[in-house]
Design a protein around this ligand. Structure first.
Ligand SMILES: NC(=O)c1ccc[n+]([C@@H]2O[C@H](COP(=O)([O-])OP(=O)(O)OC[C@H]3O[C@@H](n4cnc5c(N)ncnc54)[C@H](OP(=O)(O)O)[C@@H]3O)[C@@H](O)[C@H]2O)c1
Length: 234
């Protein structure tokens, strides 16, 4: 049975990947900075839990040591948004955003490289904002763009382990529930910005992640799951 570690696995898209992976027969490890949340999901689906905070390298090293008997796949969804314009940048939040998206996954590669089986893979999470600049999307856009390059370069560095990224458009993952009654407007606006006329669903992303785990001839790529949003000109 292949083992998969899902970092950011206690909620939203990470939890959906963990649930599907368990259903598909993987040995699932739910990684999250909130260990209680990871343990709650793990006990519900029959997985194990480990504490990983992408802002804290020691937790990544400790998790790699705990899983040193081998990991086949790592999926990491970490994100720490700082959605402001350039004049409002807060240096600590800027660094935290880069750490969750880019530095953290690179340190995951550092500590898990000796643990990852050669037929395995990593799947990192980018996002459409990397390709759609706009006011207030500076940090999200640049970190997502950097993440695409991280996937390419990590793929060369960790080979033959495959490293890829997925880049979702706006997905009703549970994360937007925090907007309350403004969520529907966001989803409608994002649907209008696609070629297919709808927002993304969790399964759109999970299906792609599960395909990438098995796509043995795909490495260093970013797979866009955004209904053609980058190609819509008007
Ligand atoms: N949903 C969308 O519309 C959309 C669109 C484009 C791209 N994306 C990308 O898809 C990924 C997943 O998004 P989502 O919709 O599932 O919601 P999300 O709220 O963006 O999920 C972020 C995940 O990262 C985890 N995380 C944040 N900081 C962390 C840290 N220091 N250490 C470990 N984990 C950390 C969070 O865990 P906690 O529970 O501990 O906060 C959460 O599980 C993100 O990278 C996001 O940017 C999503």
């Amino acid at each position: 049975m292949e083992r998969i570690l899902v970092i950011g696995g206690a909620r939203a898209l990470g939890a959906a990947v963990a649930r599907r992976a368990k259903k598909d027969g993987y040995d699932v490890v739910v990684g999250a900075r909130d260990l209680a949340a990871a343990e709650a999901l793990a006990s519900e689906i029959g997985a194990t839990a480990v504490r990983i905070d992408l802002q804290d390298e020691s937790t990544i090293a400790a998790a790699a040591d705990r899983l040193k008997d081998g990991v086949d796949h790592i999926v990491t969804t970490g994100s720490a948004p700082h959605d402001v314009r350039a004049t409002e940048l807060d240096r600590d939040k800027l660094v935290a955003a880069f750490t969750a998206k880019v530095v953290g996954p690179m340190l995951v590669a550092k500590h898990f490289a000796p643990v990852l089986r050669p037929t395995g893979s990593m799947v990192l999470f980018s996002g459409v904002v990397g390709w759609r600049p706009g006011p207030g999307s500076l940090v999200k856009g640049v970190t997502n763009g950097a993440l695409e390059y991280a996937a390419r370069h990590l793929a060369a560095d960790l080979a033959p382990v495959r490293v890829n990224a997925v880049s979702p458009g706006v997905v009703d993952s549970g994360s937007w529930d925090r907007l309350g009654d403004k969520k529907a407007a966001l989803l409608d606006k994002s649907a209008a910005g696609t070629l297919v006329g709808r927002h993304g669903e969790t399964d759109d992303v999970v299906d792609t992640v599960m395909w990438l785990l098995r796509a043995g001839f795909v490495s260093g790529e970013t797979i866009h799951i955004e209904g053609g949003a980058r190609h819509k000109t008007a």
